[in-house]
Write a protein that binds this ligand. Structure first.
Ligand code: PLP
Length: 321
């Protein structure tokens, strides 16, 4: 039977971020490093997954089964949790079999993979989809795609406490708001619930507006019985989800070199670049203090950046310099 160590409560460090455009605007930023919570399990995906694991454990499940693409950070966190807590996991993947760094990790972590094609993956919303997989994997607890919904958001509520506990270490008495990437808006909704109106949460949307982030956040808050306020969603997708343009790639190299913060291009880098644009446009008053969330996903970085790797200078054969 699946058992999750109840004492395993990973803590994300809160670190100051030093970049010249922040200094020029008089804005202080601290990064909540969800990418550093554990060598195996990374990012907001763990916090969204934790309530699903607890539900599966309470129901006496044998293992967990979920869905995602060949670069899915969600499946990555699920497979890593299976490895860490020694329970079996099954991943249902979109499209035809692919070899990506994420897929290689899923296999390394022992997740059983099934490639559903595109049509088969679209059928995930049809009645009876899970029944068929339930027959094949009896006792496996299904986790919704991305670990979203109210349970996923509830797993992120505790991040507010993690920040508050670490403020004194930064010499901060308080902060003025949160800034993070939003894909489904689940993590943002968890922070809004955790803040209960104390500080605003700014969501830099990594997906186009028609992906329904606003609708999903509203639905989670409604289901939780909370008011639909205390947050703002801002455009940050740069023309489409998963699109990495040259300006973004340059921003990533520049920020990493200047601040030593590894950035994942699809979410964290787009969120930080959107923050830069807002800061330079005077969106925040001088002396504002913001908490920026690094939501992890770094295992997918190399695949997303492949076309933008800077040219390496190659020495002629035989030369030692
Ligand atoms: C690395 C990373 N950052 C941010 C997000 C966005 O989180 P959410 O869907 O909770 O808005 C995701 C997933 O969607 C992600 O994989």
């Amino acid at each position: 039977m699946l058992r999750v160590d109840p004492d395993w409560a990973p803590r994300a460090p809160l670190e100051r971020l030093h970049l010249d455009w922040l200094t020029a605007a008089g804005i202080e930023v601290a990064v909540l490093r969800l990418d550093l919570i554990d060598p195996l399990i990374s990012g907001n995906k763990w916090f969204k997954l934790a309530p699903h694991l607890q539900a599966a454990s309470a129901a006496g499940a044998e293992g967990l089964i979920s869905l995602g693409g060949a670069h899915s950070n969600h499946l990555h966190a699920l497979a890593a949790a299976g490895r860490r807590f020694e329970f079996p996991t099954v991943g249902l993947l979109r499209g035809a079999a692919q070899d990506t760094p994420t897929v290689r990790d899923l296999q390394r972590f022992g997740m059983r993979l099934h490639w559903l094609g595109y049509g088969g993956y679209r059928a995930r919303h049809q009645a009876g989809f899970w029944d068929a997989w339930g027959e094949r994997y009896p006792g496996y607890h299904p986790v919704p795609e991305g670990g979203g919904g109210l349970p996923g958001a509830m797993g992120c509520v505790g991040l507010v406490g993690q920040v508050r506990e670490q403020l004194a270490g930064l010499g901060w008495a308080d902060y003025h708001g949160w800034w993070l990437a939003a894909g489904t808006g689940t993590t943002l909704a968890g922070l809004v619930l955790g803040e209960a109106g104390a500080h605003p949460v700014y969501g830099a949307m990594a997906v186009p507006a028609d992906h329904g982030v606003a609708r999903q956040v509203r639905a989670i808050l409604l289901e939780a019985g909370a008011a639909d306020c205390g947050y703002r969603l801002l455009e940050a997708c740069r023309g489409g989800f998963a699109r990495v343009d040259d300006a973004l790639a340059q921003f990533i190299w520049g920020s990493e070199a200047a601040a030593g913060l590894p950035l994942e291009p699809l979410y964290t880098a787009k969120a930080l670049m959107a923050l830069r644009h807002r800061v330079e446009a005077g969106y925040f008053a001088r002396s504002s203090r913001l908490v920026f969330v690094h939501t992890g996903g770094l295992q997918g970085r190399s695949a997303a950046m492949r076309e933008h790797e800077p040219a390496r200078s190659s020495a002629p054969a035989g030369c030692i310099s």
